[in-house]
Design a protein around this ligand. Structure first.
Ligand code: DI6
Ligand code: FE
Length: 406
Protein backbone atom coordinates (compact mmCIF):
# COMPACT_ATOMS: atom_id res chain seq x y z
CA UNK A 1 0.00 0.00 0.00
CA UNK A 2 1.45 3.43 -0.91
CA UNK A 3 2.37 5.04 2.41
CA UNK A 4 3.47 8.59 3.19
CA UNK A 5 5.72 8.79 6.23
CA UNK A 6 5.68 12.39 7.41
CA UNK A 7 6.52 14.74 10.27
CA UNK A 8 10.19 13.79 10.29
CA UNK A 9 13.68 14.98 9.43
CA UNK A 10 15.75 12.75 7.19
CA UNK A 11 19.48 12.12 6.88
CA UNK A 12 19.39 10.47 3.46
CA UNK A 13 23.12 9.59 3.36
CA UNK A 14 23.08 10.08 -0.42
CA UNK A 15 26.74 10.53 -1.40
CA UNK A 16 27.89 9.45 2.05
CA UNK A 17 27.02 12.74 3.75
CA UNK A 18 24.09 13.42 6.05
CA UNK A 19 22.30 15.20 3.15
CA UNK A 20 19.61 16.41 5.54
CA UNK A 21 16.03 17.14 4.52
CA UNK A 22 14.19 18.91 7.36
CA UNK A 23 10.40 18.70 7.68
CA UNK A 24 10.48 15.81 5.25
CA UNK A 25 8.17 13.11 3.96
CA UNK A 26 8.87 9.73 2.37
CA UNK A 27 6.52 7.93 0.00
CA UNK A 28 6.97 4.17 -0.06
CA UNK A 29 5.26 1.54 -2.17
CA UNK A 30 6.03 -2.05 -3.07
CA UNK A 31 8.84 -2.07 -0.52
CA UNK A 32 10.67 0.75 -2.30
CA UNK A 33 11.12 4.48 -1.79
CA UNK A 34 9.05 6.24 -4.46
CA UNK A 35 9.64 9.81 -3.40
CA UNK A 36 11.49 11.71 -0.69
CA UNK A 37 11.65 15.46 -0.05
CA UNK A 38 10.23 18.44 1.87
CA UNK A 39 6.73 17.63 3.17
CA UNK A 40 5.31 20.74 1.52
CA UNK A 41 6.05 19.13 -1.88
CA UNK A 42 4.86 15.65 -0.90
CA UNK A 43 2.56 13.81 -3.35
CA UNK A 44 -0.17 13.29 -0.72
CA UNK A 45 -2.74 12.19 -3.30
CA UNK A 46 -0.56 9.18 -4.13
CA UNK A 47 -0.67 7.83 -0.56
CA UNK A 48 -3.30 5.42 0.71
CA UNK A 49 -1.95 5.67 4.24
CA UNK A 50 -0.31 8.45 6.28
CA UNK A 51 2.07 7.67 9.12
CA UNK A 52 3.09 10.41 11.57
CA UNK A 53 6.72 9.93 12.66
CA UNK A 54 6.29 12.49 15.47
CA UNK A 55 9.26 14.68 14.61
CA UNK A 56 11.79 11.85 14.57
CA UNK A 57 15.07 11.69 12.69
CA UNK A 58 15.07 9.12 9.90
CA UNK A 59 18.25 7.36 8.73
CA UNK A 60 18.77 4.43 6.37
CA UNK A 61 18.46 1.04 8.08
CA UNK A 62 21.83 -0.01 9.41
CA UNK A 63 23.97 -2.45 7.47
CA UNK A 64 26.34 -4.64 9.51
CA UNK A 65 28.72 -5.74 6.76
CA UNK A 66 31.11 -8.09 8.62
CA UNK A 67 29.89 -10.60 11.21
CA UNK A 68 30.52 -14.14 12.34
CA UNK A 69 27.16 -14.56 14.10
CA UNK A 70 26.77 -18.30 13.49
CA UNK A 71 28.88 -20.46 15.82
CA UNK A 72 28.75 -22.98 18.64
CA UNK A 73 30.33 -22.77 22.06
CA UNK A 74 31.54 -19.95 24.22
CA UNK A 75 34.95 -18.28 24.56
CA UNK A 76 34.56 -16.24 27.75
CA UNK A 77 37.08 -18.59 29.38
CA UNK A 78 39.68 -17.43 26.85
CA UNK A 79 38.76 -13.85 27.72
CA UNK A 80 39.64 -14.65 31.33
CA UNK A 81 42.94 -16.21 30.19
CA UNK A 82 43.80 -13.16 28.15
CA UNK A 83 43.09 -10.93 31.14
CA UNK A 84 45.72 -12.96 32.98
CA UNK A 85 48.26 -12.14 30.29
CA UNK A 86 48.01 -15.00 27.77
CA UNK A 87 47.96 -13.56 24.23
CA UNK A 88 45.44 -14.31 21.46
CA UNK A 89 48.27 -15.88 19.41
CA UNK A 90 49.36 -18.08 22.35
CA UNK A 91 45.80 -19.28 22.92
CA UNK A 92 45.51 -20.09 19.20
CA UNK A 93 48.85 -21.94 19.22
CA UNK A 94 47.69 -24.17 22.10
CA UNK A 95 44.56 -25.37 20.28
CA UNK A 96 42.17 -22.66 21.47
CA UNK A 97 40.95 -19.64 19.58
CA UNK A 98 39.30 -20.33 16.24
CA UNK A 99 39.97 -24.10 16.65
CA UNK A 100 37.98 -24.05 19.89
CA UNK A 101 34.94 -22.59 18.11
CA UNK A 102 35.42 -24.99 15.17
CA UNK A 103 35.12 -28.00 17.50
CA UNK A 104 31.95 -26.61 19.09
CA UNK A 105 30.44 -25.61 15.74
CA UNK A 106 31.10 -29.00 14.15
CA UNK A 107 29.44 -30.67 17.15
CA UNK A 108 26.37 -28.41 17.12
CA UNK A 109 23.14 -29.27 15.32
CA UNK A 110 21.85 -26.98 12.60
CA UNK A 111 18.92 -26.17 14.88
CA UNK A 112 21.18 -25.18 17.78
CA UNK A 113 23.33 -23.00 15.51
CA UNK A 114 20.22 -21.34 14.13
CA UNK A 115 18.83 -20.64 17.56
CA UNK A 116 22.06 -19.13 18.91
CA UNK A 117 22.55 -16.95 15.83
CA UNK A 118 18.90 -15.88 15.84
CA UNK A 119 19.18 -14.62 19.40
CA UNK A 120 22.37 -12.71 18.68
CA UNK A 121 20.99 -11.29 15.44
CA UNK A 122 17.85 -10.12 17.25
CA UNK A 123 20.02 -7.75 19.32
CA UNK A 124 21.39 -6.17 16.14
CA UNK A 125 17.93 -5.99 14.55
CA UNK A 126 16.41 -4.24 17.56
CA UNK A 127 19.18 -1.68 17.24
CA UNK A 128 18.16 -0.84 13.67
CA UNK A 129 20.17 -3.30 11.56
CA UNK A 130 18.09 -4.23 8.50
CA UNK A 131 20.89 -5.84 6.46
CA UNK A 132 23.59 -8.14 7.78
CA UNK A 133 26.49 -10.08 6.31
CA UNK A 134 27.33 -13.35 8.05
CA UNK A 135 30.41 -15.47 7.40
CA UNK A 136 30.96 -19.18 7.66
CA UNK A 137 34.49 -20.21 8.68
CA UNK A 138 34.00 -22.20 11.87
CA UNK A 139 33.23 -25.41 9.98
CA UNK A 140 36.34 -25.83 7.81
CA UNK A 141 35.06 -28.97 6.10
CA UNK A 142 32.41 -29.29 3.44
CA UNK A 143 29.61 -30.61 5.66
CA UNK A 144 30.21 -28.13 8.47
CA UNK A 145 30.65 -25.08 6.23
CA UNK A 146 27.44 -26.13 4.43
CA UNK A 147 25.68 -26.39 7.79
CA UNK A 148 26.72 -22.83 8.69
CA UNK A 149 25.76 -21.40 5.29
CA UNK A 150 22.36 -23.12 5.43
CA UNK A 151 21.76 -21.51 8.81
CA UNK A 152 22.65 -18.11 7.30
CA UNK A 153 20.20 -18.68 4.43
CA UNK A 154 17.50 -19.72 6.90
CA UNK A 155 18.05 -16.61 9.04
CA UNK A 156 17.47 -14.49 5.95
CA UNK A 157 14.37 -16.47 4.98
CA UNK A 158 12.71 -16.48 8.40
CA UNK A 159 13.66 -13.11 9.91
CA UNK A 160 12.90 -9.59 8.68
CA UNK A 161 16.53 -8.85 7.83
CA UNK A 162 18.35 -8.94 4.48
CA UNK A 163 21.19 -11.44 4.79
CA UNK A 164 24.33 -11.99 2.73
CA UNK A 165 26.29 -15.23 3.15
CA UNK A 166 30.08 -15.13 2.84
CA UNK A 167 32.12 -18.32 2.69
CA UNK A 168 35.19 -17.95 4.92
CA UNK A 169 36.46 -21.51 4.62
CA UNK A 170 40.01 -20.07 4.45
CA UNK A 171 39.76 -18.85 8.05
CA UNK A 172 42.14 -21.31 9.72
CA UNK A 173 43.84 -24.62 8.97
CA UNK A 174 41.65 -27.36 10.48
CA UNK A 175 43.01 -30.08 12.75
CA UNK A 176 42.96 -32.74 10.00
CA UNK A 177 45.26 -30.60 7.79
CA UNK A 178 47.60 -29.57 10.60
CA UNK A 179 50.95 -28.47 9.14
CA UNK A 180 49.52 -28.67 5.63
CA UNK A 181 47.94 -25.29 4.86
CA UNK A 182 48.65 -25.82 1.14
CA UNK A 183 46.72 -29.08 1.17
CA UNK A 184 43.79 -27.42 2.88
CA UNK A 185 43.74 -24.53 0.38
CA UNK A 186 43.73 -27.12 -2.42
CA UNK A 187 40.70 -28.81 -0.82
CA UNK A 188 38.92 -25.46 -0.41
CA UNK A 189 39.57 -24.49 -4.05
CA UNK A 190 38.97 -27.84 -5.72
CA UNK A 191 36.10 -29.25 -3.68
CA UNK A 192 34.59 -27.12 -0.97
CA UNK A 193 34.00 -23.80 -2.74
CA UNK A 194 32.77 -25.26 -6.06
CA UNK A 195 30.30 -27.51 -4.20
CA UNK A 196 28.89 -24.78 -1.94
CA UNK A 197 28.73 -22.27 -4.79
CA UNK A 198 26.82 -24.74 -6.96
CA UNK A 199 24.32 -25.20 -4.14
CA UNK A 200 23.63 -21.45 -4.17
CA UNK A 201 24.80 -20.97 -0.61
CA UNK A 202 27.53 -18.39 -1.23
CA UNK A 203 27.22 -14.67 -2.05
CA UNK A 204 30.90 -13.80 -1.56
CA UNK A 205 34.23 -15.40 -0.63
CA UNK A 206 36.49 -14.21 2.19
CA UNK A 207 39.82 -15.36 3.66
CA UNK A 208 42.01 -14.56 6.66
CA UNK A 209 45.33 -13.23 5.33
CA UNK A 210 47.61 -13.21 8.37
CA UNK A 211 50.85 -14.68 9.62
CA UNK A 212 48.84 -17.02 11.88
CA UNK A 213 46.42 -17.96 9.08
CA UNK A 214 47.01 -17.84 5.28
CA UNK A 215 49.71 -16.20 3.14
CA UNK A 216 48.92 -13.81 0.28
CA UNK A 217 49.90 -16.56 -2.19
CA UNK A 218 47.40 -18.97 -0.61
CA UNK A 219 44.70 -16.29 -0.52
CA UNK A 220 45.34 -15.62 -4.19
CA UNK A 221 44.46 -19.23 -5.02
CA UNK A 222 41.16 -18.76 -3.19
CA UNK A 223 40.52 -15.51 -5.08
CA UNK A 224 41.22 -17.20 -8.42
CA UNK A 225 38.73 -19.91 -7.55
CA UNK A 226 36.14 -17.32 -6.58
CA UNK A 227 36.71 -15.52 -9.89
CA UNK A 228 36.17 -18.79 -11.79
CA UNK A 229 32.95 -19.33 -9.86
CA UNK A 230 31.80 -15.76 -10.55
CA UNK A 231 31.80 -14.79 -6.89
CA UNK A 232 33.02 -11.45 -5.46
CA UNK A 233 35.75 -11.49 -2.82
CA UNK A 234 36.53 -9.76 0.48
CA UNK A 235 39.53 -10.13 2.76
CA UNK A 236 40.54 -10.03 6.43
CA UNK A 237 43.78 -8.13 5.89
CA UNK A 238 46.48 -6.35 7.86
CA UNK A 239 44.85 -7.01 11.25
CA UNK A 240 47.96 -8.15 13.12
CA UNK A 241 50.73 -7.70 10.56
CA UNK A 242 51.43 -6.07 7.20
CA UNK A 243 51.38 -8.68 4.41
CA UNK A 244 49.97 -6.60 1.56
CA UNK A 245 46.65 -8.44 1.66
CA UNK A 246 44.70 -5.25 1.07
CA UNK A 247 46.65 -4.54 -2.15
CA UNK A 248 46.02 -8.14 -3.22
CA UNK A 249 42.32 -7.65 -2.50
CA UNK A 250 42.34 -4.49 -4.62
CA UNK A 251 43.99 -6.40 -7.49
CA UNK A 252 41.03 -8.79 -7.43
CA UNK A 253 38.49 -5.91 -7.30
CA UNK A 254 37.45 -7.01 -3.83
CA UNK A 255 34.26 -5.54 -2.43
CA UNK A 256 36.15 -4.79 0.78
CA UNK A 257 39.31 -5.31 2.77
CA UNK A 258 38.64 -5.47 6.48
CA UNK A 259 40.54 -4.63 9.74
CA UNK A 260 43.56 -2.85 8.11
CA UNK A 261 45.41 -1.62 11.21
CA UNK A 262 48.77 -2.50 9.59
CA UNK A 263 48.02 -1.37 6.03
CA UNK A 264 50.39 0.98 4.21
CA UNK A 265 49.84 4.12 2.19
CA UNK A 266 50.40 2.08 -1.00
CA UNK A 267 47.63 -0.32 0.10
CA UNK A 268 45.28 2.65 0.58
CA UNK A 269 46.12 3.96 -2.91
CA UNK A 270 45.46 0.54 -4.44
CA UNK A 271 42.13 0.20 -2.65
CA UNK A 272 41.01 3.66 -3.71
CA UNK A 273 41.85 2.91 -7.35
CA UNK A 274 39.91 -0.37 -7.24
CA UNK A 275 36.92 1.03 -5.34
CA UNK A 276 37.50 -1.50 -2.57
CA UNK A 277 35.79 -0.41 0.66
CA UNK A 278 37.84 -0.27 3.89
CA UNK A 279 35.84 -1.99 6.64
CA UNK A 280 37.12 -0.88 10.04
CA UNK A 281 36.35 -3.04 13.06
CA UNK A 282 36.90 -1.05 16.26
CA UNK A 283 35.41 -3.81 18.45
CA UNK A 284 38.25 -6.22 17.61
CA UNK A 285 40.82 -3.42 17.97
CA UNK A 286 39.45 -2.65 21.43
CA UNK A 287 38.92 -6.21 22.62
CA UNK A 288 42.46 -7.29 21.62
CA UNK A 289 43.82 -4.07 23.16
CA UNK A 290 45.60 -3.29 19.89
CA UNK A 291 47.75 -0.19 19.80
CA UNK A 292 48.42 0.13 16.05
CA UNK A 293 45.71 2.37 14.61
CA UNK A 294 44.58 2.02 10.99
CA UNK A 295 46.28 4.75 8.89
CA UNK A 296 43.26 7.05 8.95
CA UNK A 297 45.00 9.95 7.25
CA UNK A 298 46.07 7.78 4.31
CA UNK A 299 42.54 6.38 3.97
CA UNK A 300 41.05 9.89 3.96
CA UNK A 301 43.75 11.35 1.69
CA UNK A 302 43.19 8.66 -0.93
CA UNK A 303 39.41 8.89 -0.65
CA UNK A 304 38.87 5.25 0.34
CA UNK A 305 35.24 4.63 1.36
CA UNK A 306 35.17 3.62 5.04
CA UNK A 307 32.60 1.23 6.50
CA UNK A 308 32.24 0.30 10.18
CA UNK A 309 31.10 -3.09 11.38
CA UNK A 310 30.82 -5.21 14.52
CA UNK A 311 32.96 -8.20 13.40
CA UNK A 312 30.66 -9.89 15.94
CA UNK A 313 32.48 -13.14 16.79
CA UNK A 314 33.22 -15.16 19.93
CA UNK A 315 36.98 -14.64 19.97
CA UNK A 316 37.93 -11.07 19.19
CA UNK A 317 34.76 -8.98 19.08
CA UNK A 318 31.89 -10.36 21.16
CA UNK A 319 29.65 -7.36 20.59
CA UNK A 320 26.01 -7.13 19.63
CA UNK A 321 25.89 -3.35 19.15
CA UNK A 322 26.69 -1.64 15.88
CA UNK A 323 25.97 1.73 17.47
CA UNK A 324 28.65 1.07 20.07
CA UNK A 325 31.01 0.48 17.12
CA UNK A 326 30.02 3.89 15.72
CA UNK A 327 31.04 5.47 19.01
CA UNK A 328 34.31 3.54 19.07
CA UNK A 329 35.05 4.47 15.46
CA UNK A 330 34.80 8.11 16.55
CA UNK A 331 36.67 7.84 19.85
CA UNK A 332 39.36 5.37 18.74
CA UNK A 333 39.71 6.05 15.00
CA UNK A 334 38.67 9.73 15.04
CA UNK A 335 35.85 9.48 12.52
CA UNK A 336 33.19 12.17 12.73
CA UNK A 337 29.67 11.02 13.69
CA UNK A 338 28.70 11.79 10.09
CA UNK A 339 31.45 9.51 8.75
CA UNK A 340 30.47 6.82 11.27
CA UNK A 341 26.84 6.94 10.11
CA UNK A 342 27.95 6.71 6.47
CA UNK A 343 30.09 3.76 7.60
CA UNK A 344 27.11 1.74 8.81
CA UNK A 345 24.85 2.69 5.91
CA UNK A 346 26.04 3.70 2.43
CA UNK A 347 29.61 2.40 2.58
CA UNK A 348 28.61 -0.78 4.41
CA UNK A 349 26.06 -1.50 1.66
CA UNK A 350 28.81 -1.00 -0.94
CA UNK A 351 31.03 -3.42 0.99
CA UNK A 352 28.34 -6.04 0.27
CA UNK A 353 27.81 -5.09 -3.36
CA UNK A 354 24.42 -3.64 -2.39
CA UNK A 355 25.24 0.02 -3.01
CA UNK A 356 22.66 0.27 -5.78
CA UNK A 357 19.72 -0.79 -3.62
CA UNK A 358 20.60 -0.20 0.03
CA UNK A 359 22.46 2.17 2.32
CA UNK A 360 20.85 5.51 1.48
CA UNK A 361 17.34 6.91 1.20
CA UNK A 362 16.71 7.73 -2.44
CA UNK A 363 13.90 6.98 -4.90
CA UNK A 364 14.21 3.45 -6.26
CA UNK A 365 16.10 2.13 -3.27
CA UNK A 366 14.69 -0.33 -0.77
CA UNK A 367 12.51 1.31 1.91
CA UNK A 368 14.57 0.24 4.93
CA UNK A 369 14.83 3.02 7.49
CA UNK A 370 14.87 3.84 11.18
CA UNK A 371 12.99 6.75 12.77
CA UNK A 372 14.96 7.72 15.86
CA UNK A 373 13.74 9.69 18.85
CA UNK A 374 16.91 11.81 18.98
CA UNK A 375 17.71 15.50 18.72
CA UNK A 376 20.51 15.36 16.13
CA UNK A 377 22.00 12.63 13.90
CA UNK A 378 25.28 12.88 15.85
CA UNK A 379 23.41 11.44 18.88
CA UNK A 380 23.62 8.00 17.20
CA UNK A 381 27.42 7.91 17.56
CA UNK A 382 27.45 9.91 20.79
CA UNK A 383 25.62 7.41 23.00
CA UNK A 384 27.84 4.50 24.09
CA UNK A 385 25.45 1.79 23.01
CA UNK A 386 22.10 1.49 24.80
CA UNK A 387 18.62 0.96 23.43
CA UNK A 388 17.52 4.26 21.89
CA UNK A 389 13.80 4.78 21.27
CA UNK A 390 13.10 4.13 17.60
CA UNK A 391 10.70 2.81 14.98
CA UNK A 392 12.11 0.42 12.38
CA UNK A 393 10.65 0.20 8.87
CA UNK A 394 11.74 -2.58 6.52
CA UNK A 395 10.57 -2.94 2.92
CA UNK A 396 8.10 -0.15 3.67
CA UNK A 397 6.45 -1.88 6.67
CA UNK A 398 6.97 -1.15 10.35
CA UNK A 399 8.55 -4.00 12.33
CA UNK A 400 7.56 -5.17 15.77
CA UNK A 401 9.89 -7.56 17.48
CA UNK A 402 7.54 -9.15 19.99
CA UNK A 403 6.84 -12.15 17.77
CA UNK A 404 10.59 -12.85 17.60
CA UNK A 405 10.83 -13.64 21.30
CA UNK A 406 10.67 -17.31 22.16
N1 DI6 B 1 39.75 -12.08 12.43
C1 DI6 B 1 39.12 -11.95 13.60
O1 DI6 B 1 39.19 -11.01 14.33
C2 DI6 B 1 38.29 -13.13 13.77
N2 DI6 B 1 38.54 -13.87 12.59
C3 DI6 B 1 39.37 -13.22 11.86
O2 DI6 B 1 39.74 -13.66 10.79
C4 DI6 B 1 38.64 -13.94 14.96
C5 DI6 B 1 37.75 -15.12 15.04
C6 DI6 B 1 37.91 -15.89 16.31
O3 DI6 B 1 38.83 -15.68 17.13
O4 DI6 B 1 37.05 -16.75 16.52
FE1 FE C 1 36.14 -11.07 11.07
Amino acid sequence: MPTLWHNCHVATLAEGRYSIVEDAAILTDGGLIQWIGPHTDAPREAAAELVDLQGRWVTPGFVDCHTHLVYGGNRSGEFEQRLQGVSYAEIAASGGGIANTVRATRAASEEALFDGARRRLACLQREGVTTVEIKSGYGLDLASERKMLRVIRRLGAELPVTTRATCLAAHAVPEEYKGNAEGYIGYVCNELLPALASEGLVDAVDAFCEYLAFSPAQVEQVFQTAARLGLPVKLHAEQLSSLGGSSLAARYQALSADHLEFMTEADAAAMAAAGTVAVLLPGAFYFLRETQLPPMQALHDHGVAIAISTDSNPGTSPTLSLRLMMNMACTLFRLTPEQALAGVTLHAARALGLGGSHGSLEPGKVADFVAWNIERPADLAYWLGGDLDKRIIRHGAELTFTQERR
